[in-house]
Design a protein around this ligand. Structure first.
Ligand SMILES: Cc1cc2nc3c(=O)[nH]c(=O)nc-3n(C[C@H](O)[C@H](O)[C@H](O)COP(=O)(O)O)c2cc1C
Length: 160
């Protein structure tokens, strides 16, 4: 059956089979965005079942876009946590895929500070009680993925 056969990405990386673990945020990282021991153990145990790849819970790439207390990929202090996460995901030989996100207008005010709410447009979410975000500049949006530690964190996920 094709689901048991390998799959090769354009990058050359290969999954041993077509099964991947879906991203699952547990909202249980440390306040500073590093992974807890429990989180790493949870990931390790799920990955141990022989999946072709594991996709991480979504990692915020800028403090102002943080929507829950999950992992971060914004600063040097996150690098060793991301390294350990990648190792846990690869524990049984599968690929480790880092998922990233920015919460935009639904970032959590308790985590980022209400005055820091920003999004591509100054349009409030339809969620009850949602605040209107500040509109980001084009430069801010361009910078989002090219600065901070995110470019460097990718190296942990490039290794097999
Ligand atoms: C508690 C929880 C956390 C989730 N976290 C993420 C996440 O970080 N990123 C993502 O893309 N999807 C996330 N999802 C969506 C799941 O990966 C999955 O697509 C969804 O649960 C549907 O699959 P299911 O019908 O097997 O539950 C989450 C789902 C749940 C229930």
């Amino acid at each position: 059956m094709v689901v048991w056969s390998p799959f090769r990405f354009n990058s050359g990386r290969e999954m041993a089979n077509r099964f991947a673990i879906a991203p699952l945020t547990t909202d249980s990282s440390h306040e500073d965005g590093t992974a807890t021991e429990n989180e790493l153990e949870f990931v390790r145990r799920r990955a141990a079942s022989g999946f072709g790849a594991t996709i991480s819970s979504a990692a915020y790439v800028e403090q102002g876009g943080r929507s829950w207390q999950g992992i971060g990929a914004t600063q040097d202090g996150h690098l060793s946590s991301l390294h350990r996460l990648a190792e846990a995901m690869r524990a049984a030989g599968g690929l480790a895929i880092l998922q990233i996100y920015d919460g935009g207008r639904i970032a959590k005010p308790e985590l980022i500070g209400e005055q820091c709410l920003r999004a591509p447009s100054a349009v409030a979410s339809l969620r009850p009680g949602a605040k209107t975000p500040r509109a980001m500049t084009a430069n801010e949006a361009d910078c989002k993925l090219s600065r901070g530690c995110f470019p460097r964190s990718k190296s942990w996920f490039r290794r097999r």
